[in-house]
Every structure is written in C-alpha cells, then in structure tokens.
Design a protein around this ligand. Structure first.
Ligand SMILES: [Zn+2]
Length: 140
C-alpha cells in the first residue's frame, strides 16, 4: 500500500515536470527566455520539500525517498544548467537600456557622413566633403 502510494507520487511528480515542458517553452517566448525555467525550478524545490515532509512523517520508504529525490535533483540540475546557458547567451542589457545606444550610434553616423555645407551624403566619414571641398563639420 505504501509502496503503491509512493510509486504513484513519483509518477505524478515526474509526469508533472515532463508534461509541463513543451507548454512552458511555448509560453516563455514573450518574457525573459528562462522565466519558464525559473517556474520549473520553483516547482521542483517545492516537490523536494513535499518529498522530505512525506518521508519524515513515514509515508515513504527509504528507497523510494532516495530514488524520487535523485530524480528531482537530476531534473533540477538540468533546469539550472538551462538557465545558466540562456543567461550566458542573452545580452546583459535590458530592452530599455538597449535603445539609447542604438540612437546614439545612428546619430553619430549622420554627423560623420553628411556634409553640413551642401548636405552631400557619403558611405563613410570624410575629413573634407567630396562635393564642395569644405571641411566636414564634426562639431556641427
Ligand atoms: Zn559639401
């Protein structure tokens, strides 16, 4: 009876974590890429706590406890590795801080490539305008 209960719990826990995967990956497209993984990490920690509780109150045999705990810790390690991978691959800046650097770059390009006297445009920055021969005003 206890064994059957423990097995059912282990199956429920494992199928819960595995079944959740495709859906979570799909939902994670909008926010930070590892947000769904943080959720999974939290649920695994919760499962570990539940498992320890059930073991302490004598609901689980030693073998079942160890086996389920190992399964959960393996799953947890995978999730943590995935989070590390995503954080390493993701740019350090948030979308909000990314914008100023982009506008600054395009502004600099306009100043360097367009003659302030005749408005001639060039592919690259020049000291003197190829059209009117006047110095390209970097100070402009
Ligand atoms: Zn010019």
């Amino acid at each position: 009876m206890l064994l059957a209960l423990a097995a059912a719990l282990a199956i429920a826990v494992l199928s819960f974590t595995f079944l959740l995967r495709p859906q979570d990956v799909h939902q994670g497209a909008g926010a930070t890429p590892w947000k769904h993984l943080e959720g999974r990490k939290a649920s695994i920690y919760e499962n570990l706590r539940d498992l320890q509780f059930e073991y302490r109150v004598g609901k689980l045999s030693d073998a079942d406890y160890q086996r389920t705990k190992t399964d959960l810790q393996t799953e947890l390690a995978k999730v943590l590795a995935e989070i590390d991978e995503l954080k390493a691959a993701a740019p350090a800046v948030s979308p909000a801080t990314g914008q100023p650097s982009r506008t600054a770059a395009s502004k600099k390009a306009v100043v360097a490539n367009v003659c302030p006297h005749c408005n001639a445009k060039f592919d690259k920055a020049l000291k003197f305008c190829g059209e009117c021969g006047k110095p390209m005003g970097v100070s402009a």
